[in-house]
Design a protein around this ligand. Structure first.
Ligand code: 7RM
Length: 632
């Protein structure tokens, strides 16, 4: 198992070593894993192409490192503790041995259904243990999973199926979320009207709602595993074989399939998990993310299980059946490390302290935050009322593309600072550049956040379109990986993430391209043109504000606004539904026809100071009208 960093001087030493001798450093970390064949080179890289490889020619299977590596010592230890949506339903604990057997059995079942190494498999499931089993079983046989958040619409699901030419879908009949039962299989059926590649659908019974099953294509999960062996010899994977695809939004209209590979992802997932959270054997760890996001991949499933941790998986929502649910669960399982998102913290903070007070929360040692900048007020509330002033907050900055946490305090080892992600983890070589790509050296600087040296869990490509990967991440600043985030390095050398500098908005920690939302709005037959911007939102961090030019014939403004919101919800999913829609007669445009989003952002955030020069606009009059229309 990985040696954790234990002291500040240990961190400084390890960081130094990781940048002066990266090959020795990562080679040593990788030694603690089980390789069927050792690598013959630690790293080879070229950020121009880009072409990045780690642990070249190493052979491994990540599930052997989760199971076979630990079974002897940790076989009876809980691997996953599952807490259902409904607190009166029984929870489920799976030990490492039980999870191993279920993974092997489902791996065999998938093979029987004709799913093989290299096939792309969509996982569209609620937060149930089988979702983790589905991921692990794919990893076991070398199938490439692409988990799609179960809140996404049929349309978004279809786009992803088509893009990765998936052969199979692992899904459920329905999904319990709070007081709602969401049909899941029905959404899959709808998506499949648009796709042609799916040969198999394995359906887990969760809610017992009625579903249609297509003969020969659809099979129940419980039938697929019936009588199937629980022994399976792991597929041998090359370090650089595709491990999984996860779709994420960027500044264009179409989500990208971020590709991670086997060896580097494995090494970094465990390394970062063990260090950031300072997990000790016997601890109970809980990350509240959904497995549909990268946080669920790296810090519910792979990182914790590689480290032999006990990982809690929660099916429900923070406020059901009451806003103290998170804290109730913390006390119930004596959670030691708790990892959630600023949007959840702010939402719960809004209920005041009454829902917190009944709980002791005295098992907590480390509390974490991820997904968006955490404002100071939320940081202090979290620190004082959840951490009771004694738990370090790990504000972890990272991305789908980075695979694992790159900037974060190491709990109890390196200092914390409210609203700062603080310092890079070992192996992470950051650079701040101005818009021309000049490095901003020293402290007290602000600019674009880049990384200048590869780290093991970085993305390798975007599925089916390598050029897009190069364009998006490696072309803005020569020789650097560009994150899309703005950052400040303060006088102490600590990093504070300022948010996206591109056309990406972050709503409750979920990334959304403004273009993606615009495309959805434009699907409405009455919409002529639209522009979407983010604006500060008390709970969500950012809200979605849409400006739309419409043909109002036969509609009232109010009815059309509602229809537009519903259109987006239908096309992308409820998470992308605009908070505000404003019908306008025109959009502010430059002479070259580009929408001046800067102005729209000002209006959306009700801040009319420093509007800048609007006289160069093609249509300066429209600005006045938009300001009036916004009620400002
Ligand atoms: C893990 C995840 C990535 C974007 C990223 C940032 C923002 C994430 C933080 C943060 C400030 C943080 N992956 N972001 N973590 N901003 N502080 N601790 O969220 O691909 O879905 O989003 O999220 O803008 O670029 S993600």
């Amino acid at each position: 198992m990985i040696q954790k960093i234990q002291t500040l001087s240990g961190y400084i030493h390890e960081y130094q070593k990781s940048i002066t001798q990266p090959e020795e450093f990562w080679g040593r970390v990788a030694e603690s894993f089980h390789w069927q064949q050792k690598w013959d080179q630690v790293v080879s890289w070229d950020f121009e192409k880009p072409d990045v490889k780690w642990f070249l020619n190493g052979k491994l299977n990540i599930t052997e490192n989760i199971f076979e590596r630990h079974l002897y010592t940790l076989g009876d230890k809980p691997a996953i503790i599952w807490e259902p949506n409904d607190p009166s339903e029984a929870s489920i604990t799976l030990t490492y041995r039980e999870l191993y057997e279920k993974t092997c059995q489902f791996a065999n079942a998938m093979l029987e259904q004709g799913i093989q190494k290299g096939d792309r498999v969509i996982i569209y499931m609620p937060m149930v243990p089988e979702a983790a089993i589905a991921m692990l079983a794919c990893a076991r046989i070398g199938a490439v999973h692409s988990v799609v958040f179960a809140g996404f619409s049929a349309n978004s699901l279809a786009d992803r199926i088509i893009d990765c030419q998936a052969k199979a879908i692992l899904t459920s009949d329905g999904n319990f979320r709070g007081t709602k039962t969401i049909p899941v299989k029905a959404v899959v059926d709808e998506a499949l009207e648009k796709t042609r590649t799916i040969e198999k659908i394995i359906v887990l019974k969760r809610t017992n709602i009625e579903v249609t099953m297509k003969e020969g294509r659809d099979i129940w999960w419980h039938e697929a595993i019936e009588g199937v062996s629980t022994a399976h010899q792991a597929e041998v994977m090359d370090s650089e074989d595709l491990f999984f695809i996860l779709y994420t939004s960027g500044s264009t209209g179409k989500p990208k399939g971020v590709v991670h590979s086997c060896g580097g992802y494995m090494v970094y997932a465990e390394y970062s998990f063990a260090n950031v959270f300072q997990y000790s054997q016997g601890d109970v760890y809980w990350c509240t993310a959904d497995i549909g996001w990268i946080t669920g991949h790296s810090y519910i499933v792979y990182g914790p299980l590689l480290a032999g941790a006990t990982s809690i998986m929660f099916e429900g929502v923070p406020t059901h059946p009451h806003p103290g649910r998170f804290w109730e669960i913390v006390d119930k399982y004596k959670v030691n490390q708790f990892y959630t998102a600023p949007t959840a913290i702010r939402a719960l903070q809004a209920y005041g302290l009454d829902p917190v007070e009944p709980y002791k929360l005295d098992s907590l040692k480390v509390i974490g935050s991820v997904g968006e900048p955490i404002n100071e007020e939320a940081w202090h509330w979290y620190h004082d009322h959840i951490g009771k002033g004694k738990c370090p907050i790990v504000d972890t900055w990272w991305q789908t593309e980075t695979g694992g946490i790159l900037i974060s305090p190491i709990a109890g080892v390196t200092p914390t600072k409210p609203a700062f992600a603080t310092l890079p983890l070992p192996g992470v070589q950051l650079m701040i550049v101005d818009n021309e790509g000049n490095e901003l050296k020293g402290n007290g600087v602000e600019g674009n956040l880049c990384v200048k040296f590869p780290w093991p869990s970085m993305l390798r490509t975007t599925y089916g379109d390598h050029e897009r990967c190069r364009q998006t991440y490696f072309s803005s600043f020569k020789g650097l990986y560009f994150t899309g985030d703005g950052v400040k390095r303060d006088h102490d050398g600590y990093y504070r993430i300022l948010g996206r500098v591109d056309d990406v908005i972050n709503v409750s920690g979920h990334r959304m391209g403004t273009a993606e939302v615009e495309n959805a709005i434009n699907e409405h037959p009455k919409v002529i043109e639209s522009a979407v911007v983010g604006y500060p939102h008390d709970i969500k961090g950012q809200g979605i504000y849409a400006f739309a030019i419409c043909d109002l014939e036969g509609r009232t403004e109010a009815s059309l606004k509602e229809e537009i919101k519903q259109t987006v919800s239908k096309i992308i999913g409820p998470i992308a539904k605009p908070d505000q829609v404003q019908i306008v007669s025109g959009l502010p445009k430059t002479r070259s026809g580009k929408i001046m989003r800067r102005i729209l952002r000002k209006v959306a955030s009700k801040d009319l100071n420093n509007m800048g020069d609007t006289s160069t606009l093609l249509n300066p009059d429209v600005v006045e009208e938009i300001i009036k229309g916004a009620g400002l």
